[in-house]
Design a protein around this ligand. Structure first.
Ligand SMILES: [Zn+2]
Ligand SMILES: [Zn+2]
Length: 408
């Protein structure tokens, strides 16, 4: 379950409420849109009303997303929502429980007063520990793991010192005795307010026009100069895109990442190699030997079972029909899954596409895959009462699953 964030509009200072999954702040007062950006995980504080006390912020690492695991015969997945203490201090609460959901949080910023403890926990480490504790853990060997994150954040719990003990600054309950060695605490404290979010003006870097996007969009588009943009290292960079033509005005376009991949550890230089390696029950066409290998992935959030199925279906189809680099007036579903997350799924798609899994899956640890280039592909879908159907590939996606995916 996601949480809510309070934030002032960077333009007019008006109070705005955001969902955790939002990337665009659209101010209801001045109507200005800002894109929220950070190269690092977002950092939030649980709000407190304690006054005249020195506050110590204790970090908790949060992961919400899907953990995929390739075992000998299958690709398994689990939806995970977990928050864990990120400092090596015993006696502190290990988790924040439901508090992030129950309270409105704020971004850490330069005005947040207090000292911050450093984060020592890494996401894979946290998920590994959780996996070991979970009752679902089996002894099956795992050949590859991937984490496709919807949200990876740091949440800070505010504490204050009173009579040698640390108190929760929200409930005023004692949390832990102060460590006997005071230096230990100061040695793991960050000196400066450690982090600040960047608000990017949603203006086209090429022509200055207002970029279009919905609140959960990670790629914004310019209707004026026909370009697409994603934020990287504090600025918008151009995204290569193509639309597969369809004259029907009623179609909806869904976005997919098409990734050109270089593989080491297994000879896979063409689509023909891929079909052979994954034992597809199809006769290899001559042209496939000259066709570079492209992995496909949804560029929108959707449940893991469908994520795997769609990635496999489109990777096997290698749709290459008549495409244009121009937006049409037809409806477009927002891009809610960044390329970086789609890349996490490539090995899973190889595993999930493989017919005789027990031959390929144990080789996954020695296979390296690097993305050479990516294109955002918009494919047209025709709507029926319950489904969206892609006419070229026959791919059908349930409408409710698509809508539900936006709230994952
Ligand atoms: Zn405003
Ligand atoms: Zn433009």
């Amino acid at each position: 379950m996601g949480f809510l964030v309070k934030q002032e509009c960077p333009q007019c200072g008006g109070p705005v409420e955001l969902d955790e999954t939002d990337h665009i702040l659209q101010c209801p007062y001045c109507d200005v849109k800002s894109f929220l950006f950070s190269d690092e995980p977002f950092r939030f504080v649980l709000p407190h009303k304690t006054q005249n006390k020195e506050i110590l912020y204790v970090p908790y690492l949060r992961f919400r997303g899907v953990v995929y695991a390739c075992r000998a015969r299958e690709v398994a997945y689990r939806i995970v929502d977990i928050t864990r203490l990120a400092v090596p201090l015993k006696r502190f609460p290990i988790s924040l429980g439901l508090r992030p959901q129950a309270m409105k949080m704020s971004f850490v910023n330069q005005k947040t007063e207090g000292s911050f403890l450093k984060c020592f926990l890494k996401t894979p480490e946290m998920l590994d520990q959780a996996e070991k504790q979970s009752s679902a853990a089996t002894s099956d060997k795992i050949f590859h793991r991937a984490y496709v994150g919807e949200a990876i954040n740091l949440i800070y719990l505010p504490l204050y010192l009173k009579k040698g003990a640390l108190f929760d600054a929200i409930t005023h309950h004692p949390v832990a005795r102060l460590p006997r060695d005071r230096k230990k605490l100061s040695s793991i404290t960050e000196n400066i307010p450690p982090w600040n979010i960047t608000f990017l003006a949603t203006l086209c870097p090429r022509c200055g026009w207002n970029l279009e996007g919905q609140r959960d969009s990670v790629v914004l588009t310019c209707p004026n100069c026909q370009t697409a943009w994603e934020a990287r290292r504090g600025r918008f960079v151009s995204v290569d895109f193509l639309m597969l033509s369809d004259q029907d005005p009623g179609v909806t376009y869904l976005p997919f990442w098409k990734m050109s991949v270089r593989t080491e550890g297994i000879p896979m230089n063409s689509f023909a190699d891929f079909m052979q390696i994954t034992n597809q029950p199809k006769i290899i066409k001559k042209a496939w030997h000259h066709q570079g290998m492209m992995f496909w992935s949804p560029a929108f959030k959707i449940r893991p079972k469908l994520f795997l199925a769609i990635s496999r279906r489109l990777t096997l189809a290698q749709e290459n029909s008549d495409c244009r680099k121009e937006f049409t007036d037809q409806t477009r579903h927002p891009v809610t899954l960044p390329l970086a997350e789609a890349i996490q799924g490539i090995k899973m798609t190889l595993a999930h596409s493989t017919v005789s899994k027990k031959e390929i899956l144990p080789r996954l640890p020695v296979i390296n895959m690097a993305v050479k280039g990516a294109t955002l592909m918009y494919l047209p879908f025709h709507q029926t009462a319950h489904e969206m159907i892609q006419p070229h590939t026959g791919l059908a996606i349930n409408k409710k699953s698509l809508e539900f995916g936006r709230y994952l």
